[in-house]
Design a protein around this ligand. Structure first.
Ligand SMILES: Cc1cc2nc3c(=O)[nH]c(=O)nc-3n(C[C@H](O)[C@H](O)[C@H](O)COP(=O)(O)O)c2cc1C
Length: 432
């Protein structure tokens, strides 16, 4: 045991961890453009961030061509041509096996985050080589045939392409969605992953079923809370059947804060419900019936996490908003969204969470657990290289505090980026 609760060991389902500093799932759009398989650069990136007994969650890994967004919404992706990875072909699985082996070689653990993007999967995938031999019905599908809202007022994601309405999944087709998840889970197991995480958050397929703005069905998958949560629970059952007990995690994201005001009235890709609290509470309570590894919750303040400079990022200084889910869920709870080394430790001390997933700080600090252990300054991330591009901003961040400093990277003291966790309703710390 140490004074810093982030450094204490913890058992998470079937996984034994040496510390509680988790690498959050982060899409980096650098998989092979043609095969959507991980590349050697992807292996290097994950290997650099592995630590003994530390948990890494991969970027969203797509379960099928139908569930794969081709991120042409971003100009730099159009220019650079990287892609998001999948895990339904042998080539993709073999690429992931390299990643897993590299992380295991450093005694780390790695979870594969599985995603079907639903209506966010753009029709272009139908023209992509990896979809050519697919008998999946393309283009995208969702709970109901409702297109993503145009523009960025709703999504804050700068969507600038016309949005083709998705096809509503037929009731009789739902078993096929579960079968696609099962196939991907088998591939992930085969690749050697320690566990898988169901990405049921952030406005993608499962979230589209949970919420009313995207789910206007009148069958057993729409309407009541039970019905809107049905696909979530069916997919979890499917995944546990493949992976076994304690080897499946779930991610949910109730609400999103407006980045300017901090009010919980923004949305992930236009997904919302007037009974959001009721549906997410129902979902979280229902998770107690499963032998999960963990539940990962995205704190709504992450809506403020879009600033280029961490010093002006409100998301690091807003209160936690999901503490009440602790009383609803009996298992291991992981929090993500706007944590700093100091506020993460406080969140664990206060028993808000058992583990903390760090996103952006892990991008620019491959050795984040060590930096936290020693209280070292953090290397500041470059938001411009988050999505797509070369190895710049991907595998070239120095792997120690000293080398980052020597190389002239911009550094920030941990106390300068959010030192205390304000209580609900309390005014956030002022920027320095
Ligand atoms: C570049 C980037 C890509 C992301 N991609 C994913 C993803 O694929 N799956 C997911 O569940 N969350 C994704 N997220 C959200 C992160 O998991 C995390 O919740 C978010 O970064 C907030 O944590 P932070 O404040 O520590 O950065 C992404 C975040 C970033 C910055």
């Amino acid at each position: 045991m140490t004074d810093n609760p982030l450094l204490n060991p913890v058992t998470v389902g079937a996984l034994t961890l040496r510390h509680r500093i988790v690498m959050a799932p982060m899409t980096r759009i650098r998989a092979d453009r043609d095969t959507l398989a991980p590349t050697t650069d992807n292996t290097t990136y994950y290997s650099q961030r592995a630590s003994e007994g530390g948990l890494i969650i991969t970027e969203a890994v797509h379960i099928s061509p139908e569930g794969t967004p081709i991120w042409t919404i971003y100009q730099n992706v159009r220019d650079d041509g990287g892609q998001v990875p999948g895990i339904w072909t042998d080539t993709q699985r073999d690429g992931w096996r390299e990643v897993v082996n590299a992380v295991h070689a450093r005694k780390g653990l790695i979870v594969c985050q599985l995603l079907h993007a639903g209506r966010i999967a753009q029709p272009e995938i139908g023209d992509h080589p990896v979809a050519a031999n697919s008998d999946l019905p393309l283009p995208s599908v969702s709970a109901s045939a409702i297109a993503l809202p145009q523009g960025d007022e709703d999504s804050h994601y700068g969507w600038d392409q016309p949005n083709t309405p998705p096809r509503a999944l037929a009731t009789a087709e739902m078993h096929r969605i579960c079968a696609d998840y099962a196939h991907a889970a088998h591939m992930a197991k085969d690749a050697g992953f320690d566990a898988i995480e169901l990405h049921a958050a952030h406005g993608y397929l499962i979230d589209q079923f949970l919420n009313k703005s995207t789910n206007q069905r009148d069958d057993m998958y729409g309407g009541s809370l039970e019905n809107r949560c049905r696909l979530l629970f069916e997919v979890i059952t499917t995944l546990i059947d493949v992976m076994g007990k304690g080897r499946v995690g779930v991610r949910l994201s109730p609400y999103l804060n407006d980045p300017e005001t901090g009010a919980p009235n923004a949305t992930y890709f236009g997904v919302q419900s007037d009974d959001a609290e009721a549906v997410y509470s129902h979902a979280v309570r229902g998770l107690n019936d499963f032998d999960l590894a963990y539940l990962l919750l995205t704190e709504p303040r992450v809506g403020g996490g879009l600033a280029t400079d961490p010093k002006s990022d409100q998301g690091f200084r807003h209160p936690l908003a999901l503490r009440h889910y602790r009383t609803l869920y009996n298992g291991m709870l992981m929090g993500a969204g706007g944590f700093t080394p100091l506020t993460a430790a406080t969140a664990i001390t206060q028993n808000a969470y058992d583990l903390i997933a760090f996103g952006r700080w892990f991008i620019s600090n491959p050795d984040l657990p060590d930096r936290i252990r020693h209280g070292h300054d953090l290397t500041v991330y470059d938001r411009a290289t988050f999505y797509s591009g070369s190895t710049a901003g991907y595998t070239d961040y120095p792997e120690s505090h000293d080398s980052a400093k020597a190389a002239g990277y911009r550094m920030i003291a941990v106390a300068d980026v959010g030192a205390s966790l304000p209580k609900a309703g309390q005014t956030p710390e002022k920027f320095k």
